[in-house]
Design a protein around this ligand. Sequence first.
Ligand code: SAH
Ligand code: SF4
Ligand code: F3S
Length: 466
Amino acid sequence: MSNCISTPYFAAVNSIKEYNIKQTENCGKQPAAFVLTLGCQQNEADSEKIKGMAEDMGYVVSDSPDGVDLIVVNTCAIREHAEQRALSLIGQYKHLKANNPDLIIAICGCMTSRPERADLLRQSYPYVDIVFGTTALDRLPEYILNRMKGSKRIFTANEDFSVVEGLPIKRESSFKAWVSVMYGCNNFCSYCIVPYVRGRERSRTPKDIAEEVKNAVMNGYKEITLLGQNVNSYGSDTGGECDFPSLLESLAKIEGDFTLRFMTSHPKDVSDRLIAVMSENEKVAKHFHLPLQSGSDKVLKEMNRKYDSKKYLSTVEKLRAAMPDIAITSDIIVGFPGESEDDFEKTLDVVAKAEFDMIYPFIYSPREGTPAAKREDMIPDNIKSERFDRLIDLQNELSRKKNEAWVGRTLRVLVDGMSKKGNGLYTGRTDGGKLVHINSEKIKIGEFAEIKITGADTYALYSDER
Ligand code: SAH
Ligand code: SF4
Ligand code: F3S
């Protein structure tokens, strides 16, 4: 079910705006807001809405927390390290509150959706004003207004899981747009906290998604990334009238010069039709992010992933048969409880066979409340790190070979920034999502360009023709 933003939302936004206009007149300076985003693209997309709301409330969005009047930290809970990082960053804001008692500090996102972390913030971070979960984004103006009026500190748990449409969005980029197609996850992989903090799957309507994509394209956006924890199950909560392949196909028909990407796909339900829609539609980028997690069938079963290595590799084969140039990337967890040397070698074996373009390797991190965290056969840290290094060594070799195969070819690249390598070099991304360092005077950030690849290493492609 989807809802439009409510009357209390507008009332709160307007009251704060009026207050901020008066502040600007009195102090000669517009109140500012700083939004810190941790975690994945879902959080980045949410933060763009928080920034949109902040602007509507009359704040100017700042890229530094110094001297601002509102700080929002959008947290991640995927691994212990992500939570520790959030807590340490929040700790750094204590002195800002001491300098400016009117500063409002709000913490949201996946970490705050864990009751134990919300309690920790309540007890050990007294300068934090507002703590709210992933499903209450649209309530932020009300919370801020209440706190401005002197209410007690605000702590809310996730309650209303309906999809809210119509929030303003202040996009980070002027040419790359995130568009969420669904929220939440039903898969309950045994290591993963996401279903607990983001709730069950909720799909947006095809109409709302198409409007957002059309709008972005009309405003010059060149790359649209459709987001969901498992986009393959798009629509299954709304009667299955429009599934993900149909959604993708209809979005690819929108007129304009743009590329469509999507993430993430669960290997258990990549359909032949999705592969066909990808290969038949030029606008769909030839890149597939397909998290393997482990190459051992025993571990996959214990992870509750619902596919085995054979099925995984057959999907990879189908993708390459339909789209020979496709880039395939993956996530892999090393050191899942009970992972033996033999299990790990099976992962290395599948990684070698799949010939990924790139992987995101992770060391298993126990998440309280998930089934895997209760296990007693945890892998010692030194073995986890040793396996992690071996996996990276193997993938580096594969990535270098994959990248070298592009040398000599001319590719369409979306130029997206200046290269840190200096000397006026640009960076861009190929259709397959590969980073290219480009030495050219004829290209412009935010536009597509035809680029001849002249070099490659493990991490990037290079184009060195002026
Ligand atoms: N929905 C996506 C992934 C979301 S989380 C999917 O299913 O593929 C991104 C990645 O973080 C996961 O693919 C997994 O590799 C990793 N991850 C999740 N929980 C983890 C944990 N407890 N420890 C280490 N890595 C984890
Ligand atoms: Fe986590 Fe699995 Fe859901 Fe991905 S599919 S978010 S790994 S539970
Ligand atoms: Fe994303 Fe982290 Fe939440 S990976 S969904 S922000 S737990």
